[in-house]
Design a protein around this ligand. Structure first.
Ligand code: PMP
Ligand code: GLN
Length: 380
């Protein structure tokens, strides 16, 4: 058949997880925690199912959860979105990203994507009949070059996609960046998709700059997050989108015919958790910062060179001192011969910087898992 997505194969995350399983490698590739979700969340899910919340949820999301998201947003970002008109619960951030793109991006439009970029962005743009225009982040710091973004804007530009904290680098936008984005988009019809799934995983006392803090940005933004990252349950696939009423209305047209609604019992469970333990989010940064620091110190005893990690749960390492292989070949070799699985960076780019020798390791793991990986990495 004539394929609609000629450039797409199986995702690098699936590919590397399969290879890890085949070879019994310690899997620090695909981003998921290997520790338990909070016990209270499991109990809340169990109770929600026993209490009979097993039929279709409201299309936009269970009211108690949308109310809890509004309260959390107000507490953290000093802005309370309207739970009825502006918050939609989705089946993971992935669904929200797909919906937001399909809600506003038309055939022939352009969408600006900052490379390296998370893998689900471009296929959703392609399926909308639009074109992704790739602008590289700084290869050393992963900071955006706003002049290059400005230069990439054309009369066809319909959306700018931003991810902060950033997967794979952990880089975060500053308040000055946010002001620059506001300047860039003022008086344009360009929408903003702000992927903030790692919003609560930030380190060293830094503040996450959510688009929701900035009135000029949030009036044109789809702000997307995911409970998978904040409650250690990536397999539950529950996320949400906050957008102004007119954008949410368009977003919901896609959502209602994509999945209609999201897994109801989990929505009740998250509503209970957000209400019962609002401080959960406050300790998440410290929890992951300890893991980051411990893992980094261990990596310093290997030939891999760790890059700084301002946020998120991925550690980039430069492997130039170990191998001349390209990043795909290196990750295969590392899995098959050395028993540790990483993610190559090239799939996150339209054109990877020549000679870049970086791979991504996930540190959302128990100490024992990280120790087992380090023991193997010390032998490189
Ligand atoms: N955006 C980014 C930057 C991500 O890293 C991920 C998941 N790793 C997602 C979106 C997708 O989130 P979800 O699993 O909730 O669909
Ligand atoms: N977001 C996860 C990562 O970056 C992967 C999710 C997936 O496998 N689709 O590793």
């Amino acid at each position: 058949i004539e394929t609609k997505l000629p450039k797409v194969g199986t995702t690098i995350f699936t590919t590397m997880s399969q290879l890890a399983a085949e070879h019994g490698a310690v899997n620090l590739g695909q981003g998921f925690p290997d520790f338990s979700v909070p016990e209270r969340l499991v109990e809340a899910l169990d109770r929600a199912m026993r209490d009979g919340h097993n039929q279709y949820a409201p299309m936009t999301g269970v009211p108690a959860l949308r109310r809890a998201i509004a309260a959390k947003t107000e507490r953290v970002y000093a802005h309370r979105p309207d739970m009825d008109a502006e918050i939609t619960v989705t089946s993971g951030a992935t669904e929200a990203i797909f919906n937001a793109i399909h809600a506003v991006v038309r055939a022939g439009d352009e969408v600006i994507v900052l490379d390296p970029a998370y893998d689900c962005y471009e296929p959703a743009i392609d399926l909308a009949g639009a074109r992704a225009v790739h602008v590289p982040l700084d290869p050393a710091t992963f900071a955006p070059d706003w002049q290059r973004v400005k230069d990439a804007i054309s009369p066809r530009t319909r959306m700018l996609m931003i991810n902060s904290p950033h997967n794979p680098s952990g880089a975060m936008l500053s308040a000055a960046d946010m002001d620059t984005v506001a300047d860039l988009l003022r008086d344009t019809g360009i929408f903003l998709l702000f992927d903030e799934v790692y919003e609560h995983i930030v380190f060293d006392g830094a503040r996450h700059e959510s688009a929701l803090r900035y009135p000029e940005l949030r009036e044109r933004a789809f702000v997307i997050s995911s409970f998978g990252k904040t409650y250690h349950c990536t397999g539950w696939k529950v996320g949400y989108c906050i957008a102004p009423p007119a954008l949410s209305a368009e977003f919901r047209k896609v959502h209602q015919y994509n999945v209609f609604c999201t897994f109801a019992p989990a929505q009740h469970a998250f509503a209970e958790m957000l209400d019962a333990d609002p401080a959960h989010y406050d300790q998440l940064g410290a929890f992951y910062e300890a893991k980051r620091d411990r893992f980094r110190n261990q990596l310093l005893g290997t030939k891999l060179e760790p890059l700084p990690v301002p946020g998120g749960y991925f550690q980039l390492v430069d492997y130039s001192a170990v191998s001349e292989l390209d990043d795909f070949a290196f990750c295969r070799w590392l899995t098959i011969k050395k028993g540790v699985t990483a993610i190559p960076l090239s799939p996150f780019y339209e054109s990877p910087p020549p000679g870049q020798r970086l791979v991504r390791l996930c540190f959302a793991k128990n100490d024992a898992t990280l120790d087992a990986a380090i023991e193997r990495l010390q032998k490189l």
